[in-house]
Design a protein. Sequence first.
Length: 203
Amino acid sequence: MASYLTLKTIVEHESEVRRSRFVCAIAPASSVEEAAEFIAERRRLHAGASHNCTAYVIGERLQKGDDDGEPGGTAGTPMVQALVGRGYSDVVAVVTRYFGGILLGAGGLVRAYGSAVTETLDRVDPIRMVPAKLVHVFVAHDQAGRVENDLRASAYPVQDVVYAQQVRFSVAVEDVPRFTDWIATLTAGRGAVEVISDIHVPA
């Protein structure tokens, strides 16, 4: 798994190319459903626009662009390429075009849509996400209070706590062997650590 950039809030930027207005909005999206919701919202907001072209990059493999009536490959693809080229993932971009009466040609459209995204990314305060493991830590109830206090005071982000027969902490960990040693020391060897899945966490 590789690190990537993402963002926390929506960023919007408007540019003009030969009288056509290009309004780009980029938002965080951790799923296709979140991306679709943002796209639908932007299309409602700019229902009178000539085009609402879209692109999203989710995870390491899912990339999709939509030209929304522009000539094939002149909008969605350069938008995706702009996001990927800057190292972004878990993001969705919508570029709204209000036609200004002058045709841009295929090359002009590719440049306009790609630039709309890169110029907007220039205004982003990015978050770097780095690979980690989601681990479960199991401890007895008599140790749970101290373990929770020490975890929350540590550099390991606690994702969840479940009280059952044992207490289970879900924790994001970058260095599993080091963390396992730390838990062993903290619990005098009574705690158990189980690796669950690959995740990303803010650097």
